[in-house]
Design a protein around this ligand. Structure first.
Ligand code: SAM
Length: 244
């Protein structure tokens, strides 16, 4: 069944969710829905609701989704895991956003590091990618995507109760060893560097911080997108919601 993210409250007392032009077009012309067809919706706050599609009504005739049942699945958030990723080229960055969403990251922070060769990206486009991946993957929330910020500033303001798994291409203990006895009830973040890697000063600072756990992802240098997918997979298996 089609799943759609909507910003509206999921409330039987106000059952009509008005569709925007694009969503109406997508449901009617791309997915070829007919009046009365079911659609699941979620808003990142209230779980999932079952709705029925009605075309040709609502503002500009884009259609509405009429809620027929709330709590189809009650809300449960993704694990409290941030991905901190250096800005990399558009293709790999978009892959990272999509795969991190599928892998259950709750928040994505974009970092500008010494060797990052870009300081801006289209955050709205990244948000759209995260919404689409959340719809596809069945999760009940959408990861928040923060605008780019300097790594130094991000570390200055770090909440030390959140452990940071620093993926260090220059070496460190294997990630699975470092995570084996890690507490499961603590917020975490995973840090991935840019195409050019971390500058020596950045590596030195990170290694000296109490809340940092440096890890290696094996003997080969991985591209940033491969490294992000590998690190998130290992974290989910050892500490996250795949862990026994
Ligand atoms: N240019 C760097 C070099 O040749 O040493 C490689 C940077 S790599 C493309 C991008 C990021 O992926 C790294 O900064 C690191 O966070 C992560 N990464 C890649 N391979 C890794 C490994 N074997 N262990 C830990 N992290 C790794």
């Amino acid at each position: 069944m089609i799943r759609l993210y909507v910003p509206d409250d999921l409330d039987l007392a106000c059952p009509d969710i008005r569709l925007g032009k694009e969503q109406g077009h997508y449901l009617r012309n791309v997915m070829r829905l007919r009046d009365g067809d079911p659609v699941l919706v979620f808003n990142g706050r209230h779980g999932e609701a079952l709705t029925t599609f009605l075309s040709g009504v609502g503002p500009k005739g884009a259609g509405v989704l009429a809620i027929s049942g709330v709590d189809h699945r009650p809300f449960s958030p993704s694990p409290d895991l941030d991905l901190v990723v250096a800005l990399v080229k558009r293709g790999p960055l978009e892959t990272i956003i999509e795969k991190a969403t599928e892998l259950g990251v709750r928040r994505i922070r974009l970092a500008i590091t010494r060797r990052t060769n870009a300081d801006r990206t289209n955050v709205d486009r990244l948000r759209a990618i995260a919404i689409e991946a959340s719809e596809q993957t069945g999760r009940l929330d959408v990861p928040e995507i923060m605008p780019p910020e300097k790594l130094e500033r991000l570390l200055d303001g770090w909440d030390a109760s959140r452990r940071l798994m620093f993926c260090d291409e220059t070496g460190g203990p294997p990630a699975l060893d470092a995570l084996r006895d890690a507490p499961k009830d603590q917020p975490w973040a995973v840090l991935i560097g840019p195409e050019g890697g971390f500058a020596p000063e950045e590596t030195e600072r990170l290694r000296g911080l109490d809340f940092v756990t440096p890890v290696s992802l094996g003997p080969r240098i991985l591209r940033a997108d491969t490294a992000a997918i590998s690190a998130l997979t290992l974290w989910q298996a050892a500490v996250g919601d795949w862990a026994p």
